[in-house]
Ligand binder design. Structure first.
Ligand code: COA
Length: 173
């Protein structure tokens, strides 16, 4: 698996994934504004496509929540990252791809030695996602309303990050 930058060439693919019931269920109220956002580059955001043998299978966004412009996360400490993730096609769910994507994303986040922790905000109703994050070492922080979304905030501190040796054979600082 590899991660590459999402570009405007991914517009139709991302729109198609947006319509899949498991994606809608996990994020019913957001409009990602792909036609505008895929052409924008910010130093506080990465929008990434995960590929297996050149086949795109999922999407990841990593932001610095303190610097993200809409201040979605509110007042935030510096040196955090927040991740959004989904697998595109239902046939690709439950095959370990999401775990691999998160391991690559976490390695990317913590490769910056200033980064202390990573946040995620699954819907309170998305119990399978809670389990997914807990297995990766994330700890529940609080239940929080983000706009119309009732969410659980989870955090993975650097100290609780279990480095996957297949991804980071040499421990990062
Ligand atoms: C969450 C997600 C990225 C995990 O990727 P994955 O490749 O399916 O997961 P893995 O195979 O690595 O691990 C399996 C675990 O993923 C979670 N999972 C599987 N299908 C899921 C689904 N439709 N929705 C949410 N979580 C799911 C479960 O915890 C599952 O473990 P379980 O079978 O014991 O319940 C993926 O399931 C997904 O895209 N779900 C829909 C979107 C979503 O919920 N994103 C997270 C929002 S914060």
């Amino acid at each position: 698996m590899n991660l590459r930058a999402a570009t405007s060439a991914d517009l139709e693919l991302l729109r198609h994934w947006d319509e899949q019931p498991h994606v809608v269920a996990s994020d019913p109220n957001d409009d990602w504004g792909w036609e505008v956002e895929l052409d924008r580059t910010y130093d506080w955001r990465e929008q990434l496509i995960a590929e297996i043998d050149d086949r795109p299978i999922g999407f990841l966004e990593i932001i610095d929540p303190a610097r993200e412009e809409s201040h979605y996360w509110g007042e935030c400490a510096p040196n955090l990252r927040a991740i959004d993730i989904w697998i595109g096609e239902a046939t690709d769910l439950g095959k370990g791809y999401g775990t691999q994507m998160m391991q690559l994303a976490l390695a990317r986040c913590f490769a910056d030695s200033a980064v202390t922790a990573v946040l995620v905000d699954p819907l309170a109703s998305n119990i399978r996602a809670h389990r997914f994050y807990e297995r990766l070492g994330f700890q529940f922080v609080e239940r929080r309303q983000f706009g119309a979304d009732d969410c659980y905030v989870y955090q993975l501190d650097r100290a609780n990050w279990q480095i996957d040796p297949a991804i980071a054979p040499h421990p990062l600082p």
